[in-house]
Write a protein that binds this ligand. Structure first.
Ligand SMILES: NC(=O)c1ccc[n+]([C@@H]2O[C@H](COP(=O)([O-])OP(=O)(O)OC[C@H]3O[C@@H](n4cnc5c(N)ncnc54)[C@H](OP(=O)(O)O)[C@@H]3O)[C@@H](O)[C@H]2O)c1
Length: 327
């Protein structure tokens, strides 16, 4: 990377904010100059660890003069609002997933990034993953999609269950597990319709719950059906995850110990690409130094399509009907 040292600010002071202070701290081309958080205690502590300025209001951070980029590490319900404000203030944006808690905010963020030539990256690590790149190449060799099937079962409720298992703050499981949707949209493109169901046990008036089952089915524009099922907070000894991409000429299968490709002639392992890969943070900084990137715009559009699935799934559950996407 060449050019001047970029100055960034981080919003939030929890687990992911600490992770990004550490991560960006290891990259020479960038300096964390400000931390904003509504939590004055953890915010001031985090700012001290990287000799950054502490601000109690994220609005002041996005308006901060001399700042190139903003990293959003707040809860899901504020990502979209902050991203839009930062892009309006001409800042580049790196946001933790999901892109936004509303489709309007997500669309506005993607539109602003493009029109203002800012780099918007959502923290979907498949964009730089050697394993995902290998699967993408294999998908290209196996014909038309028939079915994608995804299942995840988890016992735990996360570090802050009152935040994660809370519908208004984090969205339905399909929304906080949007990182299971993003790679499939990246592989198979946008969707035409969405239908979904959910059961929440112990649901309270504030939208909190103890355990859940959430399933989402989509029809892809290019043909084929996608299905995701998540269940969490359940009585299971260890988490389980199964994925299958069934195409006309073969199936890609992952039952927890890596990907295999199954065709009529046999079964072979699908190994990750060899070689170094940039981290998503390094990629974002490189794209900023280069004055923008079409790849970032394309990737933000995929992140937007992914939240359309999770948020139209939420609407489908509320209205008990299939939702056709207008595009
Ligand atoms: N990429 C990954 O691998 C990964 C992994 C885990 C999570 N995530 C995503 O990262 C995000 C943050 O997760 P986390 O685990 O870091 O959560 P966390 O530990 O609860 O931290 C969230 C931080 O943001 C602050 N905050 C929340 N809403 C805010 C608002 N409206 N204005 C100002 N500050 C606000 C919180 O303040 P309080 O202390 O006052 O609540 C807290 O400091 C989530 O969206 C999650 O989906 C990504």
């Amino acid at each position: 990377m060449t050019g001047k040292k970029l100055k960034i600010g981080i919003i939030g002071s929890g687990g992911m904010a600490r992770h990004h202070v550490d991560g960006f701290g290891k990259i020479d081309s960038v300096e964390v100059v400000a931390i904003a958080s509504r939590n004055a205690q953890t915010g001031a502590q985090l700012a001290e660890t990287c000799s950054a300025k502490f601000l109690s209001d994220w609005n002041d951070l996005v308006q901060h003069e001399g700042l190139d980029g903003v990293v959003i590490c707040t809860h899901n319900n504020s990502h979209g609002e902050i991203a839009v404000a930062a892009l309006r203030a001409d800042k580049h944006v790196f946001t933790e997933y999901p892109l936004a808690r509303s489709i309007d905010e997500g669309e506005e963020a993607v539109r602003l990034a493009k029109s203002n030539r800012r780099v918007l990256r959502v923290s979907h690590s498949e964009a730089v993953s050697n394993s995902h790149k290998a699967i993408k190449r294999k998908v290209g060799e196996l014909g038309q999609l028939l079915l994608t099937s995804f299942l995840r079962l988890t016992a735990g409720r996360g570090g802050r269950p009152e935040i994660l298992f809370n519908l208004p703050i984090s969205g339905p499981p399909a929304h906080f597990f949007v990182y299971h949707i993003y790679p499939i949209i990246d592989l198979f493109g946008g969707v035409e319709w969405v239908e979904a169901g959910a059961v929440y046990e112990g649901l309270t008036d504030n939208g909190g719950y103890h355990r859940f089952v959430n399933s989402v089915t989509v029809g892809f524009k290019a043909g084929g059906i996608g299905q995701w099922t998540w269940s969490g907070g359940i009585e299971i000894n260890a988490a389980e995850q199964h994925q299958r991409y069934v195409l006309t000429d073969g199936a890609l299968i992952n039952t927890g110990s890596g990907w295999t490709c199954s065709t009529r002639s046999g079964i072979e392992d699908v190994l990750p690409f060899d070689g170094p890969s940039l981290s998503l943070q390094e990629l974002w900084l490189d794209e900023i130094q280069e004055g923008g990137s079409n790849a970032a715009h394309a990737d933000a559009a995929i992140a937007l399509e992914a939240i359309k699935v999770s948020l139209y799934a939420e609407q489908s559950m509320q209205e008990n009907r299939r939702i056709a996407l207008v595009n």
